[in-house]
Design a binder for this molecule. Structure first.
Ligand code: TXA
Ligand code: MG
Length: 326
C-alpha cells in the first residue's frame, strides 16, 4: 500500500511535487477536462507498466499519451496524415484523441502491443502547465479500477484508488465529465471509435468529408468491451412509462435518476433529477451514478435520455454501464 498524497493545483509547491513524482517514475492522478487520468511518465516503461497494475487493467489495452502541444506529435507518431493536423489545430487542447501510427521508438507497453498510438493535448490548464513547464508527456487512462466508473473529481479518485498511486492532483471537477472522442486516422480511413464531447458533425465540418462511426468494431478500445463504466449496483435504463410502473411494483430499494420528479407514485430510496441538456447531463452522469452506488440502493433506475446526435456519447456510456451478461 502506498501513502497517497492529496495535492492541490493552487499551490505551486504541490504542482512541483506532482512533476517531481512523475519524473521519478511514480503514479499521479491528474485532472483533465474530461475525467481524471492515472498518469505516468510516458517515456518510462516501468512507470507505465505500473498503471496497468494499479488499475487491474489487462496489459494489452493501450493507453492515451497526453502531450503539451500538437508540435509534439512527431515525437510519438509517424506517417501523420494532413487530416490529423487539421483536427489538432481545430480541437486541441481539447477532448479529442487521435489514433496514429506510432513512432518506432515508442515502447509497446504504452500501446498495448499495437503499432498505433492514441494522442491528445488535454485542455485542463493545470495539466497543460505541468506538461509544458517540465517537458513531460504522460500516459494516462481514466483513474478508476478497471471497468468501473471514471472519476470526475479528485475526491472520487482518492476514494476508489487510494493506496495504489502516489498522489492525486486536485484540479476541481471535470468540465465535460465524459471521456474524449477517439478518432482513428490509420490506414487512410477516418473513424470515430469512441463517441465523446466532440461530435462527428464537428469533425466533418473541419475535414469537409464524412467520418464513419462504426457501432461495432474490433479495435482494442477498452470502452469497446460490452461491460464498462459500471456502477457496482445493478443499473437499468428504462423509459418514463416503465419507470412509473417499476416505482409502484418493485420491492427493491431504489435509486432513481430521472428527468422529472416521479416519486408521487412511491418513495424511492434516493432520487436525483437529471439535467435535460445533453452537455450538462454528460458532466454529472458519472458523479451521480457514483453517488447512487453509495446510497445503499439495491437497484439503480435511470430514465433513458432522448435519441439524437447530441446524446450519442451519453447513450454509448449508458449502454455499457447497464450491460448484463446472460
Ligand atoms: O478523456 C479521456 O480520453 C481520458 C482522459 C484521462 O484523457 N482517458 C481515457 O483513457 O478515457 P482510457 O484508457 O480509460 O480510455 C482510452 C481508450 C481505451 O479504450 C484504449 O483502448 C483506447 O483509448 N486506445 C488508446 N490507444 C489506442 C490505440 N493505439 N488503438 C486503439 N485504441 C486505443
Ligand atoms: Mg477508462
Amino acid at each position: 500500500m502506498l501513502n497517497t498524497l492529496m495535492l492541490t493545483s493552487e499551490l505551486t509547491d504541490d504542482l512541483e511535487t506532482a512533476a517531481r513524482l512523475l519524473k521519478q517514475g511514480k503514479l499521479v492522478a491528474v485532472p483533465t477536462e474530461t475525467v481524471y487520468g492515472l498518469a505516468a511518465d510516458a517515456r518510462n516503461s516501468s512507470a507505465v507498466n505500473n498503471i496497468f497494475i494499479a488499475k487491474g487493467r489487462p496489459s494489452d489495452h493501450p493507453l492515451i499519451v497526453h502531450m503539451h502541444a500538437a508540435s509534439a506529435l512527431h515525437d510519438w507518431a509517424q506517417d501523420i496524415p494532413a487530416e490529423a493536423f487539421a483536427l489538432a489545430q481545430a480541437f486541441w487542447p481539447g477532448p479529442l484523441t487521435l489514433l496514429l501510427k506510432k513512432a518506432d521508438h515508442v515502447d509497446s507497453v504504452v500501446t498495448g502491443g499495437l503499432d498505433t498510438i492514441g494522442l491528445r493535448v488535454p485542455a485542463h490548464p493545470v495539466l497543460l502547465k505541468l506538461l509544458a513547464s517540465h517537458q513531460l508527456a504522460v500516459a494516462a487512462p481514466s483513474a478508476n479500477p478497471y471497468k468501473q466508473l471514471s472519476p470526475t473529481s479528485a475526491q472520487q479518485v482518492m476514494e476508489t484508488m487510494a493506496g495504489k498511486l502516489d498522489a492525486v492532483l486536485d484540479g476541481g471537477d471535470c468540465e465535460f465529465g465524459l471521456e474524449s472522442t477517439i478518432v482513428s486516422l490509420v490506414d487512410g480511413a477516418i473513424q470515430v471509435l469512441r463517441a465523446g464531447p466532440i461530435s462527428p458533425a464537428q469533425l466533418e465540418a473541419v475535414l469537409g468529408q464524412k467520418v464513419q462511426s462504426p457501432l461495432q468494431h474490433q479495435v482494442k478500445v477498452s470502452g469497446n468491451v460490452a461491460a464498462h463504466y459500471q456502477p457496482k449496483t445493478r443499473l437499468r435504463c428504462v423509459s418514463a412509462d416503465e419507470l412509473v410502473e417499476l416505482l409502484t411494483s418493485t420491492k427493491l430499494k431504489l435509486a432513481v435518476l430521472s428527468f422529472s420528479d416521479l416519486s408521487f407514485n412511491a418513495q424511492p430510496h434516493w432520487q436525483l433529477i437529471m439535467p435535460t441538456n445533453a452537455q450538462d447531463y454528460g458532466r454529472v452522469l458519472y458523479k451521480q451514478l457514483y453517488l447512487a452506488d453509495q446510497s445503499g440502493a439495491e437497484l439503480i433506475l435511470l430514465e433513458l435520455p432522448p435519441a439524437g446526435d447530441e446524446w450519442a456519447a451519453v447513450q454509448n456510456r449508458l449502454q455499457r454501464a447497464a450491460y448484463q451478461e446472460g
